[in-house]
Design a binder for this molecule. Sequence first.
Ligand code: GLP
Length: 266
Amino acid sequence: MEIIILPTPDHVACYGADLCEALIRAKPTAVLGLATGSTPLALYNELIKRYQQQRLSFSQIITFNLDEYVGISANHHQSYHYYMKTRLFDFIDINPANTHIPCGDVENVYHAAICYEQQIQNKGGIDLQLLGIGRNGHIGFNEPTSSLNSITRVKALTRATQADNQRFFDAIEQQPTHAITMGIKTILQAKQLLLLATGVNKARAVKAMIEGPVCAMCPASCLQLHQYATIVLDQQAASELTMRDYYQFAKQASDTFSTQYVDLGQ
Ligand code: GLP
């Protein structure tokens, strides 16, 4: 795992956008895994800005979102379909036919989940999966005790996650209790993982993810098993890390080495 600790949430967003930009430049047909929540919003704004500056084109990019609530329609203002449309897709040159989000308002959501997993495989898998983290350590909607070998499926949301998301819904009866989510195995199969976390309310989950054991009680700890996982944190999210100084030292050292490597290659 590469742990990057930056001063502010804006720095985190720019660093994340740099990684996305590097991938899109190297592979204009890349498959991007996208996330929702408040954390990636600044990154999406940065990508929109770079598109407007004609630095980036998404015209051939394919996307797969991590998850969607069960039981609310795509045009509900709290659906992740609506979120993606109004926060990113409407502002870039992406082909809507290339965007994929699980369907949570169909009759058979179990079948929809299986089809979604298949669609990801059919496109050759995900090149870079963007992730946030829940306060209880969830990624996507893989709540604590999710199987580390899980694929896309329907998950019941914990009371803690429902409470965290309640602020977005007008009435309690409208709030979904279940979601379709990529599984942990699905996420681990992406070629590269990029998890962003900002704010002090994520500090405990971040510590468990990076420095705790790999375990189903902290689904994000599965990132320890991935070969190319980058975790980008602001100072507050990193505040409970025991080996914080080491991560900063390691990053500076690797920057130096990569410069030397480029120089040696000339
Ligand atoms: C939801 C999403 C997750 C997201 C999490 C944290 O549960 N399913 O993908 O990481 O919220 O959201 P926020 O970034 O708003 O803290």
